[in-house]
Design a protein around this ligand. Structure first.
Ligand code: AGP
Length: 602
């Protein structure tokens, strides 16, 4: 997730752009850049690091320059590591077109091949540089930038929001969205384009919410919007919004955590782009042959995602999987077969114990791989292969959407290595995956509503058990962690079958148990754990698919989906329950006490 911005008007676009990028830095902050027009020529300045670096460079290089037209970008890398050449804006080979882009061009390889055949070359590793040259190539063929842009965007596949300028028409800025946010701010004789309204709210509250494939032309002091496919003019209503900047950065949500929980359907969609085609999951950069065994190392929530992945990979691919906490792995006297694939799971790519584990795996001569959310982070530069999760920056310390993206990545690995890709079960999973994002999107509001009701019941409890079997066991561990880190209430995740081996001694009226069940062979067995708890006056909330009846004191039913995909419906319920209790207890939701977003020390 990156932040793009464009300005056209009588004021200084350079100043407005730098200010806007600072306000959108939460969307991505590994590099930033600006381009502005001056006497029909473009000046591009790009820097690695935060927007403050860019500001410093701009103020040094072009201190007293003003410009009526400017574009800016703050990057969260998805293609190509964070470095100056990969930072946006990007410029066509002939310098005539400049662009800022948020999103992913799915058919960039096809476009690249076509352009190389026409003599184009590329400096960066990004899909964006291919896009800007493709637009310029089409502008040449069509005899104008707007015609070329229309033709190019009709051919490009993927989810993106773009803004661009061309020396062929230096009085205009063009922009369009398809699957990524883009708003048009209407000022007095000036216009703002931005991924997020927080970028321009201090200048105007009048906003046009653009829809897919609506081509925007900003031309001096006018704007027009037309359909990319019919060319017909579109009259959009101008909304007057009353967000302040802070709430706009959270897109109206009370906390980043809630915003990131609601981003999970988008994350599921983004995570599948380029992996799901013709009814098959294909991870093109993974070897086709199965590794003999996989040893997962991770910490915290990422470790629980790994435990969940063990069940999926063993069930669907038949590959033996071990999962180990990285801080144990790094010191244990281990007998690791060097044919083992060591798979590090990490949102940040900087967790000290996981970094150390990767180094040890390499010393042992093992093949190494990472599932990571931060392009160019330390761990991604240590391993042989990286599977990037497309979760975008996760601002809240408590990990939510990152875990969903890690589970999607693990499921994709399981399906990629699946031993029977023609089976009914494989087809069921692919079908379930294709609808998963919309299913989760549909259930979130109701799930939040129920979570808030149960939070009232739970907020004064002093201790919790989270129980589950099979896929529900890692989810129970994660549910307990979310409760601990957000509400500071003690909670333990446990395999439901383990209760009678000691923990049941803790059961009494004051203990609340959250029992997680799927409608599978484990469901009945978890029911017996519920009965054992109730027989000792413990209270139980059962979270289960619609139609599964239990004896629990309270039943929280969720829509039913395909087997293990039920996990993606259940996880938000656990996140929202902890979030809701934390709100009632007035905790610091986005930055809980004692916690850091990335534990870069032992
Ligand atoms: C989860 O809510 C925590 N923020 C924490 O457990 C986190 O998952 C853990 O520190 C691992 O971080 P990583 O994924 O960046 O390696």
């Amino acid at each position: 997730m990156c932040g793009i911005f464009g300005y056209i008007g009588s004021d200084n676009g350079i100043h407005y752009t730098l200010e806007a990028l600072q306000l959108m830095e939460y969307r991505g902050y590994d590099s930033a850049g600006i381009v502005f027009e001056e006497e029909k020529a473009f000046t591009l300045i790009k820097t690695v690091g935060k927007v403050a670096e860019l500001k410093k460079t701009v103020n040094t290089r072009v201190a007293n320059t003003t410009s009526s037209k400017a574009l800016g970008h703050t990057r969260w890398a998805t293609h190509g590591i964070p470095c100056e050449k990969n930072a946006h804006p990007h410029q066509s080979n002939d310098g005539s077109v400049v662009i800022v882009h948020n999103g992913i061009i799915e058919n960039y390889q096809e476009l690249r091949t076509e352009l190389v055949a026409e003599g184009y070359s590329f400096i960066s590793d990004t899909d964006t540089e291919i896009l800007v040259n493709y637009i310029e190539y089409m502008a040449q063929k069509e005899g104008g930038i707007k015609q070329g842009l229309v033709r190019a965007l009709q051919h490009v596949k993927g989810a993106f929001a773009i803004a661009l300028m061309s020396t062929r028409d230096t009085s205009s800025i063009y922009a369009m969205r398809r699957g990524a946010p883009l708003l048009l701010g209407i000022g007095k004789g000036e216009y703002f384009l931005a991924s997020d309204m927080c970028a321009f709210l201090q200048h105007t509250n009048d906003v046009i919410f653009l829809d897919e494939n609506e081509l925007v032309t900003l031309h001096d002091t006018e704007y027009s919007i037309e359909s990319l496919y019919t060319g017909e003019r579109i009259d959009k209503s101008i909304e007057s919004v009353d967000f302040d900047i802070q709430s706009a950065q959270k897109q109206g949500y009370a906390h980043y955590m809630l915003k990131e929980i609601y981003e999970q359907p988008d994350v599921i969609e983004q995570s599948l782009i380029g992996k799901l085609s013709d009814g098959k999951i294909v991870l093109s950069h993974l070897p086709k042959e199965q590794p003999p065994r996989i040893h997962i190392i991770a910490c915290g929530t990422s470790y629980y995602a790994g435990l969940w992945g063990k069940y999926a990979i063993e069930e669907l691919a038949g590959i033996p999987v071990e999962v180990e906490i990285a801080s144990e792995f790094r010191y244990r006297k281990k007998a690791l077969d060097k044919n083992t694939l060591v798979l590090a799971i990490t949102q940040s790519g900087e967790t000290a114990d996981t970094v150390a584990g990767c180094a040890i795996a390499r010393e042992l001569g093992c093949k190494t791989m990472a599932i990571c959310n931060v392009v160019g982070s330390t761990i991604t530069r240590m391993v042989d292969t990286v599977l990037y999760t497309q979760a975008g920056p996760e601002i809240s310390v408590a990990s939510t959407k990152a875990m969903t993206s890690q589970m999607i990545a693990l499921l994709c690995i399981a399906l990629h290595y699946s031993s029977n890709r023609e089976s009914e079960q494989y087809r069921e999973y692919i079908g379930g995956l294709q609808h998963l994002a919309s299913t989760v999107r549909d259930i979130l509001p109701q799930t939040e509503k129920i979570a808030r009701q149960y939070a009232e019941l739970c907020k004064d409890k002093k201790s919790f058990f989270y129980l589950g079997r099979g896929y529900c066991y890692p989810l129970a561990l994660e549910g307990a962690l979310k409760l601990k880190e957000l509400t500071y209430i003690h909670a333990e995740g446990y395999p439901a079958g383990e209760m009678k081996h000691g923990p049941i001694a803790l059961v009494e009226k004051s203990l609340m148990t959250i029992a997680l069940l799927f409608d599978d062979e484990f469901g009945e067995k978890t029911q017996s754990a519920i009965s054992e708890i109730q027989a000792r006056e413990g209270q139980v909330i059962a979270i289960a698919p619609l139609g599964l009846v239990t004896t629990a004191d309270f039943e929280w039913h969720l829509p039913k989906t395909v087997d293990l995909l039920q996990s993606f419906i259940m996880l938000p319920a656990l996140q929202l329950l902890s979030y809701s209790i934390a709100c009632l207890l007035d905790r610091n939701v986005d930055m809980p006490r004692n916690l850091a977003k990335s534990v870069t020390v032992e």
